[in-house]
Ligand binder design. Structure first.
Ligand SMILES: Nc1ncnc2c1ncn2[C@@H]1O[C@H](COP(=O)(O)OP(=O)(O)OP(=O)(O)O)[C@@H](O)[C@H]1O
Ligand SMILES: [Mg+2]
Length: 264
């Protein structure tokens, strides 16, 4: 019994993401290099850094869209190629506008069946899966709406829901809060918060740390051509953030949490 218990534990996942001395280039340009870090499973991790520092590039490596030049990367302890089907991904520019008759329901159904031919999008299994997720994420009201008639926030909710429809173990969101007003931002954050403790590791690229600072466990930050990781309590560091954002930053602690702002 004890032996079995031990071997079951040994099968437990070690890390959601691991980089070992990783280096990636595009064309002849090294985007980041010498990067070593580990992220535990089921955490929420922000990915931050200046424009062009290589945040999207990191996602592309995780998704096995581009290879590392050297070093190693593991997603849930496996090579990225093996893990593709376990990752839900919302790209920086989500578009599903092949036709303006696509509704929320269709977007989720397409996420479920992909490009498998001959499957009716309204079959019972698909309907059940979609309504279950929609209930869970409280997006029922969007299922019959056309994507072309949705606001940015509503569209983003559909994008996140579509990425979740196959029960991924990893969710990757590239700038999910870009161009959203405060209400839509809060709705997306509530949706992400809702996923916490559901055995999913979440990575959120964001140019603004404030909306997510009380939600995340830590952040990967791209600085000086390297990817680094810090847990959130160590991230709230004025010197580091000022250097990262190339402007004087102040960390303000309130009874509701913390936020960062430009130092006057
Ligand atoms: N094909 C390419 N050849 C060379 N360099 C490239 C190529 N494509 C992108 N880059 C460069 O790679 C770097 C990293 O780009 P990436 O899109 O990962 O940055 P990012 O941190 O996501 O930026 P943003 O905040 O603007 O989304 C940028 O400096 C970009 O100019
Ligand atoms: Mg990007």
């Amino acid at each position: 019994m004890a032996k079995n218990f031990k071997s079951a534990n040994a099968l437990e996942l070690k890390n959601a993401l691991e980089l070992k001395n990783a280096c990636v280039a595009k064309g002849k340009k090294t985007i980041w290099s010498n990067s070593t870090l580990t992220i535990k499973p089921n955490e929420i991790t922000a990915i931050i850094g200046m424009n062009g520092s290589g945040k999207t590039t990191l996602l592309e490596v995780m998704l096995d869209i581009i290879p590392l030049n050297s070093g190693e990367i593991y997603i849930l302890d496996q090579k990225p190629k093996k893990m593709r089907s376990q990752i839900g991904y919302v790209p920086q520019k989500y578009q599903l506008s092949a036709s303006n008759v696509i509704r929320g329901y269709d977007a989720l159904a397409l996420g479920l069946v992909g490009n498998k031919l001959g499957i009716s999008l309204s079959n019972k299994y698909i309907r059940n899966q979609i309504y279950q997720l929609a209930d869970h994420l409280q997006i029922n009201h969007l299922l019959n709406r056309r994507l072309s008639e949705m606001s940015g926030g509503q569209l983003q909710k559909i994008a996140v829901s579509q990425a979740l429809i196959n029960n991924p173990k990893i969710l990757i969101l590239d700038e999910p809060l870009a161009n959203l007003d405060i209400q839509s931002t809060n709705e997306i954050l509530t949706l992400i918060q809702h996923l916490k403790n559901h055995h999913i590791s979440i990575f959120i690229v964001t140019h603004d740390l404030n909306p997510v600072i009380d939600l995340i466990d830590g952040a990967i930050y791209l600085l000086d051509g390297h990817a680094h990781y810090l847990p959130v309590k160590n991230l709230k560091n004025e010197k580091l953030l000022s250097y990262l954002y190339s402007t004087k930053i102040e960390v303000v602690h309130t009874k509701d949490g913390a936020f960062i702002r430009n130092k006057k």
